[in-house]
Design a protein around this ligand. Structure first.
Ligand code: GLU
Length: 545
């Protein structure tokens, strides 16, 4: 068969350039020895999974730590999965967690375009080359032909796919091919696989270590009927021409590795190093399963932003999942930037990484406890503007007031920093009582209404903002005495039945009246922050409710 003629009939010369052109257009990168070129190559589905951040962080660390390049390529060959605005989502969600690209889609770079759909020419040029060499051929099988083959293979428990005797178009005669083309039959271009599944080879995966790879024997599609490449083909050409040195990707791609090895071979390209990263799993009852987009809200990167997790905390947690010695390093270097940690592929998990939200929450609490009031203010303000209610956004109008609230509630400057804030959303909910619009009187007291109202009224009559903490407490005690509540805890403990309650019960009544809660930071300070008018308004309202 005249393969040049066939290649020309399928992909005309005018549609492509000589292969040298692409080698010159995308030259080897001028980088120091050992510098790795890595990439993230997501489909633009609009959904960013925690696993995307996981792989992105690994790739970013490896590239930047080695003085290399980390770029973004958009794998948009599957039109059905494409969602408008998805690339912005990729950039913004990763940037939020401190992962930034050096080049790529919607950024500059000399190896673009970084959208696969815009790179049709180079794929066609190489498909043409493979046809010329007899390493690729047109396949006219219809969906129903393929379906029949699939059914036959399933019934007979044979390996599925287009190979060997099932590769019907592999050996079509010249006449048959041209007749099909003349009849306008749609076709795809398939690889003419040279592999043999009986042959196995050792392979070094930079994460999994030594593995065995079976040769590919599938005549996989390389160009679809609309001329768009498949992921396999585009990936090989792009990673070659974008001069990727190391591919770190999810382990779900491990089963495609034989195809990729063969493609790099037939294309005459040097195979990059590969590392297949384990999936993120969680414990669900008795079982351990993959974190699922459908079942687990925490699988989505949006979840962490909507809740207001500090990005540094999420990043730190991801690092503990990525490198087994990271936690030990963190203990020794609690203040050092993560960039100083020596990321190592050898320390990446070989099997599933177990996601534990309680551990993330612990890291988040420790992280929040390190923020100054100003830092917490700025972080929460940004969060509120994007995700908060309008009432929460209004909290930030009076900076001084909110800084005092945060200083108290986060225990800043106190004997002990409080370590209970996980995220901005929760933090703003816990301080809601400082703002009239969100203050919610609960009316939940442990004493008779009459007692409660008497206590509040009596205290309100005595209250002055000028009182220091001890003068203030003397007044609480005075109320207790008036109502037959013990002020001496020893006496109370010796005979509780002799009293209506004790002074801390009075304090609790005042606390509930002023904040709607029975458990808060120091009440005297709360009243100081609320100010005399607001405190008295609340007390008076509670006394007559
Ligand atoms: N487009 C593939 C994905 O979305 C990329 C796999 C790879 O990194 O090679 O998972």
């Amino acid at each position: 068969m005249d393969l040049n003629k066939l290649a020309n009939a399928l992909i005309p010369d005018e549609a492509v350039k000589p292969l040298d052109y692409y080698e010159t257009l995308y030259p080897e990168r001028d980088l120091e020895k050992g510098a790795e070129v890595t990439r993230l190559a997501p489909s633009p589905t609009g959904f960013m999974h925690l696993g995307n951040l996981f792989v992105a962080l690994a790739n970013e660390r490896i590239a930047h730590q080695s003085g290399g390049v980390f770029y973004l390529r958009i794998e948009d060959t599957d039109e059905k999965r494409k969602v408008e605005g998805a690339v912005e989502v990729i950039h913004s969600s990763l940037k939020y967690f401190g992962v930034e690209f050096d080049e790529g889609a919607d950024l500059c770079g000399n190896y673009g375009p970084y959208y696969q759909r815009q790179r049709a020419e180079v794929y066609h040029a190489y498909a043409k080359e493979l046809i010329k060499k007899g390493l690729a051929y047109p396949c006219f099988c219809s969906e129903s032909d393929l379906e029949k083959t699939r059914e036959y293979q399933t019934e007979n428990k044979l390996l599925p796919g287009y190979y060997g005797e099932f590769a019907k178009c592999r050996d079509l005669s010249e006449e048959e091919i041209y007749a099909n083309l003349a009849a306008g039959k749609p076709y795809v271009i398939r690889l003419r696989s040279q592999g043999d599944v009986e042959k196995k080879h050792p392979f070094r995966d930079v994460i999994k270590g030594e593995i065995t790879v079976t040769e590919n024997n599938q005549d996989v599609v390389i160009l679809k009927s609309d001329g768009i490449p498949t992921y396999h083909f585009a990936h090989a050409i792009d990673d070659h021409f974008m001069r990727t040195t190391l591919v770190v990707r999810g382990e779900e791609w491990l089963s495609s590795l034989p195809i990729h090895i063969e493609l790099f071979n037939v294309l005459g390209f040097k195979l990059p190093k590969y590392g297949h990263n384990c999936s993120i799993q969680k414990i669900d009852g008795e079982t351990r399963r993959k974190l699922s987009k459908r079942k687990d809200p925490e699988a989505s990167l949006t979840f962490y932003r909507e809740e207001g997790y500090h990005p540094a905390a999420v990043r730190t947690y991801m690092m503990t999942l990525l490198n087994s010695n990271f936690e030990e390093w963190l203990l020794k270097n609690p203040e050092a930037p993560i960039e100083e940690f020596k990321f190592s592929m050898g320390k990446m998990g070989k099997s599933g990484a177990l996601f534990d939200i309680l551990k993330l929450n612990d890291i988040a609490k420790t992280h929040f406890a390190k923020l100054t009031a100003e830092e917490a203010f700025e972080f929460m303000k940004t969060w509120a503007n994007e995700y908060g209610t309008s009432a929460q956004q209004a909290y930030f109008a009076d900076r001084e007031y909110l800084l005092k609230v945060l200083t108290l509630c986060m225990g800043i400057g106190g004997k002990q920093r409080r370590k209970d804030v996980i995220c901005a959303k929760q933090a703003l909910e816990t301080i809601s009582y400082f703002f009239d619009e969100t203050f919610a009187p609960s009316g939940e007291y442990r004493f008779e209404k009459e007692t409660v109202q008497k206590a509040i009224r009596s205290f309100a009559e005595k209250y002055s903002i000028a009182d220091d903490n001890s003068a203030w407490f003397e007044k609480v005690k005075a109320v207790a005495t008036e109502l037959g509540f013990a002020t001496d805890m020893k006496a109370y403990k010796a005979d509780p039945s002799a009293f209506a309650g004790n002074v801390s019960d009075i304090a609790e009544i005042l606390r509930v009246a002023t904040t709607g809660l029975s458990n808060t930071p120091d009440l005297w300070t709360i009243m100081q922050i609320l100010g005399e008018k607001r405190t008295l308004d609340r007390l008076n309202a509670a006394a007559s409710a």
